[in-house]
Design a protein around this ligand. Structure first.
Ligand code: SF4
Length: 225
């Protein structure tokens, strides 16, 4: 339904939600900046793509973290089509050995793009990885890291971030990928020890030394899981 077709009550509800998200994003941005991490709020996914692309110099070697958010906003296709050396490990024809090589190559990319599993109100980026390639690139390696995250990734604190990831994000990811994980059956974490466990490495970016490395773009739409 187009926005113009909404009842005045629904329109007001949507506007109030947008206002709330913008307020929350504002709080996160202030906290991130206190942690020396530049951040910006952008209303729509189209503008978020434009902003992210404007931060990537032409000809750069670009890696990414295989995120649903990045796919959803269309930036993966833009990077494939653009004037970049895009490290594309998501092509279906790539086998596991080649994929592992590309993960390693991404650690030396000029720019690395990803989303984040959670953003706390006190300005921390919380992520959990199964393989570790994504959080490795986030922590060290690429000269520039661009994070694009929907407002749905904002949580109160670290505990809420872990709760969100283990009892919401991971079960849904496991289900949609048909992964044989217990949380894909139960819908919540049972602290499993199965071979394909997705929760092997937890990282928290609390602060960064160089202001120009990680940049966070918070988009006013719900993106990813
Ligand atoms: S620890 Fe295991 S059960 Fe818990 S969320 Fe991670 S993969 Fe799922």
């Amino acid at each position: 339904m187009l926005r113009e077709e909404l009842s005045p009550e629904m329109k007001k509800t949507n506007e109030s939600e947008e206002w709330y998200h913008e307020m929350q994003a504002g709080r996160v941005i202030k906290s991130l900046e206190r942690n020396n991490i530049p951040a910006i709020y952008i209303k729509t996914k189209e503008e978020a793509v434009e902003k992210a692309l404007s931060l990537i110099p032409k000809g750069s070697k670009v890696g990414h973290g295989g995120s649903l958010t990045l796919k959803q906003i269309g930036i993966i296709d833009a990077l494939r089509a653009g004037d970049f050396r895009f490290i594309d490990f998501t092509k279906p024809e790539i086998n596991q050995e080649e994929r592992e090589k590309l993960f390693k190559e991404s650690l030396l990319a000029d720019v690395f793009l990803m989303s984040t599993n959670a953003l706390t109100l006190d300005g921390k980026l919380v992520n959990i990885d199964g393989n570790g390639n994504r959080v490795a690139a986030l922590s060290y390696g690429p000269s520039k890291v661009i994070i694009v995250a929907g407002v749905n990734k904002i949580v109160v604190d670290y505990e809420a971030a872990i709760q969100r990831i283990k009892n919401y994000v991971t079960p849904i990811h496991a289900k949609r990928r048909d992964r044989p994980l217990p949380c894909a059956e139960t819908g919540s974490c049972v602290d499993c020890r199965v071979e394909l466990r997705s929760c092997n490495i937890v990282t928290i970016i609390e602060h960064q030394r160089r202001t120009d490395r990680i940049t966070v773009i918070i988009c006013g739409e719900e993106l990813g899981i």
